[in-house]
Ligand binder design. Structure first.
Ligand code: BGC
Length: 446
């Protein structure tokens, strides 16, 4: 007897993948990467020395955002974003230890007021990789007093911006900062010391907790609503290349715990939400150079789709990253996710592919309440300089002219419809729907 073909057409659905109401849609930036002329921090000094002859690797005037913030915020509003994440440059507001630059504080207040003018929810980062020079000269985050200095700065900002900040992110990616700056020696202050790295982590945990306590106590004393406080944690999606060895499995579990989870565990009673930055799907295998040596696979070996920086495009990884946080039972925001590419079609596919996985994570029970694309503008990509293009908006670094990319408009459609419309799913293939009659899953692609 001839077998009946699976009923594909009846499963073809034309629904928009809807996100929860009140979902936050936005983009993220950081001060040093876009403002320009951040002369009082450790990065500025380091770039000048290290890349003395290479202007493309010095932040200089960056995207000139400090003076163009109004036009940039207008773009945010035009793009239909209902939230925005940016950072305050600590070294601007406190250029010398204990000395406050009131003009700089007023500037950030105006930025916040401008966002509020368009009814945009604000998420403010207090430390995004850069540290004031005065603190660096005192040992930076290795200094035992650094948590105290950080709390003093955070509270000054909290008082100055009463009611204007909805979410505070104390520290952006503490693990990346510690690894790049204190273990691998790639970023300033270029240390390679496990002891220093440990001390910095301890100080960052202390700093975060102090800020959480002080901000929360202050709001309990007044009539202000309590701010939501968290960190932005880079979550790697680690995979073992050799699926069937128990040692590799254990190594992956250990890495996941040490890199992704440990810091969050330490502060879990001192946060109101988790911020997730997702960029990396890391395939790891035992190196031929030695039994205990690990290596990450260069994805070019497998001819996979990658960004201009050779980071693998792997949307399912964001699903795994989010799922791994379910047991914290806390609201989660994707505080960064983006791609460096000059091929905007790739960015569109990236966006839709990753957002579809965020949608699935929500269906799987993760309390995801917002998504911030990295980044609003092309920007200064740290030690790589200006060539990686992450922006929804292209920046011409000669004229500082802004040109929105097609991806900005696709994202606008998603933000304003609070979901991924059926016609956009065509870029990545449809989802799976159960055939209610025989409970077989059939997958429909256009
Ligand atoms: C950082 C950003 C950076 C982005 C792309 C994130 O880890 O927070 O500052 O530009 O990755 O590398």
């Amino acid at each position: 007897m001839k077998k009946k073909a699976p009923e594909l057409i009846s499963n073809h659905h034309h629904d928009t993948l809807l996100f929860p109401s009140q979902f936050l849609w936005g983009a993220a930036t950081s001060a040093h990467q876009i403002e320009g002329d951040n002369k009082h921090n450790d990065w500025w000094e380091w770039e000048k020395k290290k890349f003395r002859k290479d202007k493309n690797k010095q932040s200089g005037r960056a995207a000139g955002h400090y003076t163009r913030y109004k036009t940039d915020i207008k773009l945010v509003a035009d793009f239909g974003h209902n939230a925005h994440r940016f950072s305050i440059e600590w070294s601007r507001v406190e250029p010398e230890c204990g000395t406050w630059d009131e003009l700089a504080i007023r500037h950030y207040k105006q930025v916040l007021q401008e966002l509020k003018k368009y009814n945009i929810t604000t998420m403010v980062t207090l430390h995004h990789f850069t540290t004031p020079l005065w603190l660096t000269k005192r040992g930076g985050w290795v200094n035992r007093r650094s948590p105290y200095y950080f709390e003093r700065y955070a509270m000054k900002m909290h008082e100055a911006f009463d009611g204007l900040v909805d979410f505070w992110i104390t520290i952006n990616e503490p693990m990346i900062y510690v690894s790049n700056s204190f273990m691998q020696g790639m970023w300033p202050p270029q240390k390679k010391s496990v002891f220093k790295a440990r001390r910095v982590l301890i100080n960052m945990v202390k700093a975060h907790k102090r800020v959480w306590r002080s901000m929360t106590n202050r709001c309990h004393r007044g009539d202000q609503p309590c701010p939501k406080i968290g960190i932005a944690q880079n979550i790697f999606d680690f995979h073992s290349y050799n699926l069937y060895t128990i040692t590799d499995y254990l190594i992956i579990r250990f890495l996941h715990w040490a890199v992704n989870i440990r810091f969050l565990k330490k502060i879990k009673r001192h946060m109101n939400f988790i911020g997730v930055n997702y960029y990396f799907h890391t395939r790891i295998r035992r190196s031929k150079k030695g039994f205990f040596k690990l290596e990450t696979i260069d994805i070019r070996e497998e001819d996979r789709e990658a960004s201009d920086m050779n980071w693998e495009v792997y949307p399912q990884g964001i699903f795994e990253a989010l799922l791994a946080l379910r047991h914290f039972k806390m609201p989660v925001y994707v505080t960064e996710n983006g791609i460096a590419t000059t091929n905007d079609h790739k960015r569109i596919r990236f966006l839709i592919g990753h957002l579809k996985e965020v949608y699935h994570a929500i269906q799987a029970g993760v309390d995801v309440q917002g998504y911030f694309y990295w980044s609003l503008l092309d920007n200064f990509e740290w030690d790589k300089g200006f060539w990686p293009r992450f922006g929804l908006v292209e920046v011409d670094y000669r004229t500082l002219k802004r040109t929105p990319r097609q991806s900005a408009l696709v994202y606008k459609k998603i933000c304003t419809e609070n979901g991924i419309a059926h016609e956009l799913l065509r870029f990545v293939g449809h989802g799976v729907r159960w055939n209610e009659d025989d409970r077989r899953a059939t997958c429909v692609y256009e």
